[in-house]
Design a protein around this ligand. Sequence first.
Ligand code: HXC
Length: 257
Amino acid sequence: ADYETILVEQRGGVTLVTLNRPQALNALNSQVLADLIAAFAAFDADPSQGCAVLTGSAKAFAAGADIKEMQSQGFADMYASNFFAGWEQVTRTRKPIIAAVAGYALGGGCEVAMMCDFILAADTAKFGQPEIKLAVSPGMGGSQRLTHAVGKAKAMEMVLTGRMMDAVEAERAGLVSRIIPAAELVEEAVKTAATIAAMAPLAVLANKEMVNAAFETGLAMGVQFERRLFHGLFGTADQSEGMAAFVEKRAGTWTGK
Ligand code: HXC
């Protein structure tokens, strides 16, 4: 497929999606949204693909929503078009997406990174929600996902001051799972994605779904949801194969059934 603002490449079972608007530090406009929705839908529908990586450039994962696209809009335009609502589509991707963040992940850039299933950060990564400096606020879930990720104290300070967090602080706060030297970021993210892509596909979907349930339910319902999905996996051929392979001391081979 042809995309205007992203590059999409398959590396084995891994789909590598690279934001590609270097002249605007990968600012996220409606074309980027349309391209990402199409790319992730194609990824989800392709049985040869097991995990995606979303990355940007060395300087910027994405420096935010496109300020120039929003500048002239008023309330009626924003409300009528339900501006930014389309980004929810990205979070409906059922297979995992890893964000590989180097450089700036600001505003919408930070928010899109947080829509992914986990974030691997280069040591150059900088995260922030600076919208307040433009007299607005996060609009793609940042006030909620950042608070879930790092807790109220840091989230509140970040959105109220617009200050950036570096990779070390982001890891300490639980926003990112690991820090990787910038030069190795994409390679390491693809390697991590390949590990996931090599797992039994239905188990991957179920594991992602149950961790995400932790953000939508109370503990008892969440544990119940987990147990039911776990029971469900015992209806798959891959479960029989996975456990037989363990007992027979060999590697399992998956059918996705
Ligand atoms: C549109 C952007 C942009 C953005 C950068 N550019 N960020 N264009 N939207 N969010 C453009 C610049 O205008 C410039 O274009 C080019 O990219 C290079 O940027 P510079 O500013 O020259 O680079 P630098 O001096 O290195 O500074 C990098 C930066 C700065 C610190 C990241 O660009 C910056 O502060 N950007 C805005 C960050 C921000 O506020 N993000 C939140 C956006 S609002 P030209 O044509 O001049 O070369 C948001 C949330 C939406 O995301 C929620 C509701 C609003």
